[in-house]
Ligand binder design. Structure first.
Ligand code: HEM
Ligand SMILES: *[C@@H]1O[C@H](CO)[C@@H](O)[C@H](O)[C@H]1NC(C)=O
Ligand SMILES: *[C@@H]1O[C@H](CO)[C@@H](O)[C@H](O)[C@H]1NC(C)=O
Length: 531
């Protein structure tokens, strides 16, 4: 009864809110952009379609690097991959382009805090992702990856076999972030388990983050948030809630334990605590040395853990799976990589410096992350102030006039197309859409550096840029390189003979079997032992 009234009130509220938003925008010029396919949903169904690759490439070809996209009830939003516009959105004016991910799932973690609190949290977390710390984590990465190799070898006891590679890259990514994040093992990686990642396909997540979560935020009671999170029909979210619950509980216990250890009278216990390298330990030690106003509450530390798991797990496993899939499609590239790796491994396991300096391994990783960024365009921002957004390349406005900037009203939604930025032919040349690892081994076109893409990594936007850029990009590089160097030395990866794989444009790109249920993510590849 009460619930019924609440739901109705929410629907009325959202409707009025939307109409008001559309009305405010209607008096300003827009850019050219694709016509709405639906008066109610605008372009959202095509934009967030799991088969939307051609829609995305198509609108970028047709309308250029910046365009107007229609949201619910035709509300204008901006989609861009123009370098100058990206610089304004992510760097120069970042404080007025507010990220729209909600704290419903992640507590007070980096992905859901803003302004001063966000800055303070990033400062505390930075050392965790420094090169020095990456070096120290190498043994842990190898330990986990060797377990993965053992598990896969065991499966090939009776000869070559088809294996769902995504299942294993996901479990490996979870184990790595669990171990390095909390010093806690979630998965022994020994046997099969029934972990089968699914995704919410379609635009549901968009509606949730744009229209439902902000509403939930207004009711600032944890239990109401929880209720909303639990009743949103997103399978992925539900799976995530379970993982996050376990992490949350575990984090609370670990923090209590560590607090006790830090205050122990036995110096040996304190010394052990001082030497721990997981993220919670590092944050807790830092907490005792920084000034009062920079300290993190327990809630913030717990929030970081679930945020990191969410940010690290599916992204990196998607990227790794994509590389292994590409290598199965391009056996020549796979052989060349294997040669480079086995040659370097002659004197045993590769050190951090050896691993990061293998040129072909590096080229394959860079090219894959450029052409196939795991996050295609999610970086959604909401403008908090009227502003002017300038472009480096002119586009047409809705009257057919060439413009080099656009006036945007407070409240406008902005979508950054990472895919568009990474495959822009003006920057990368006429073969920009093709996957060619070799391009990184020779001189890149001058237009690449000349574009001044504000990305943190390699002139591409895969890990975003500015104050909210991906913190874990070095971590994920290292993870990919360790896993690839270990697996390629032991296994050959070939295409599945019976199950053709298609990649879906879900929030994080996912492989699925063409004839599958459209929900279960899987990447069947045919594995055999190397000699
Ligand atoms: C290939 C793998 C990865 C990709 C493609 C990726 C991509 C991204 C992107 C696009 C964002 C910006 C999201 C937004 O603001 O809209 C982001 C943020 C973030 N990523 Fe990653 N990520 C990857 C791996 C990782 C890993 C392994 C970690 C941690 C160990 C991590 C930690 C984070 C954190 C903490 C943020 C939030 C930063 C902030 O808001 O200040 N990511 N990532
Ligand atoms: C950090 O320090 C504050 C203030 O001393 C304290 O209340 C809080 O519990 C500490 N947080 C952690 C995670 O140790
Ligand atoms: C922009 O709009 C928001 C929400 O309607 C409002 O809270 C904020 O004060 C506005 N900003 C400015 C600078 O007017």
């Amino acid at each position: 009864m009460l619930l019924n009234i609440l739901v109705k009130a929410a629907v009325v509220y959202i409707s009025f809110h939307l109409i008001w938003r559309v009305f405010r925008h209607s008096r300003f010029a827009n850019l050219a952009g694709p016509p709405s396919s639906s008066w109610f949903f605008g372009n959202i169904p095509e934009l967030f379609n799991p088969n939307g690759w051609n829609f995305h490439y198509g609108i970028l070809k047709k309308y250029g690097t910046t365009m107007t996209i229609k949201g619910a009830l035709g509300e204008p939003m901006v989609l861009t991959c123009d370098p100058k516009a990206l610089h304004h959105i992510l760097v120069k004016d970042q404080l007025i382009y507010e990220a729209s991910i909600s704290d419903i799932f992640f507590g007070e973690g980096l992905l859901s805090t803003f302004g001063e609190q966000h800055r303070k949290q990033r400062k505390m977390l930075n050392p965790v992702f420094s090169i020095n710390h990456m070096r120290e984590m190498i043994p842990l990465f190898y330990e986990v990856t060797n377990r993965l190799r053992a598990a896969l070898s065991k499966k090939l006891d009776n000869g070559p076999k088809e294996i769902d590679v995504l299942h294993w890259t996901s479990r490996t990514a979870l184990e790595l972030i669990g171990q390095s994040g909390m010093g806690f093992s979630f998965d022994s990686l020994v046997d099969d388990n029934d972990y089968h990642p699914t995704v919410s396909t379609g635009p549901l997540m968009f509606y949730a983050t744009q229209y439902i979560f902000p509403l939930a935020k207004k009711f600032d009671f944890p239990r109401v948030k929880r209720f909303i999170a639990e009743h949103i029909p997103l399978e992925r979210a539900q799976g995530l809630i379970h993982i996050i619950d376990v992490m949350r509980q575990t984090s609370i216990e670990i923090i209590e334990e560590k607090k006790k250890a830090l205050m122990n009278s036995d110096p040996a216990v304190v010394a052990e605590m001082e030497s721990k390298k997981d993220i919670i330990s590092i944050l807790m030690r830092a907490n005792t040395t920084v000034s009062e106003e920079d300290r993190l509450s327990d809630e913030e530390v717990i929030g970081q853990v679930s945020t990191l798991v969410f940010a690290a797990m599916d992204t990196t496993s998607s990227a790794l799976a994509r590389i292994l899939w590409l290598l199965s499609e391009h056996p020549d590239v796979q052989e060349k990589m294997r040669d480079e790796i086995t040659e370097a491994q002659k004197n045993g396991e590769l050190s951090y410096d050896q691993l990061v300096s293998l040129p072909y391994l590096d080229a394959v990783c860079r090219e894959t992350l450029r052409v196939y960024p795991p996050v295609s365009f999610a970086a959604l921002r909401n403008l908090r102030k009227d502003t002017v957004l300038p472009f480096s390349k002119p586009v047409l406005d809705s009257n057919g006039k060439e413009v080099t900037e656009i006036f945007l009203r407070n409240g406008t939604g902005v979508i950054v197309s990472l895919l568009g930025a990474n495959t822009n032919p003006d920057i990368w040349g006429p073969d920009s859409y093709e996957w060619k690892p070799e391009r990184w081994l020779s001189q890149l076109p001058e237009t690449v550096a000349g574009a001044h893409m504000p990305g943190v990594y390699s002139h591409v936007m895969t890990f975003l840029g500015g104050g909210r850029a991906c913190l874990g990009f070095k971590f994920s590089q290292l993870e990919m390189k360790v896993v690839l160097s270990v697996l390629l030395a032991s296994f050959r990866f070939a295409k599945s003979k019976s199950k053709p794989v298609v990649w879906k444009m879900t929030g994080i790109a996912s492989p699925m079997v063409e004839s599958g249920d459209g929900k279960t993510r899987e990447l069947p590849l045919f594995l055999s032992l190397v000699d």
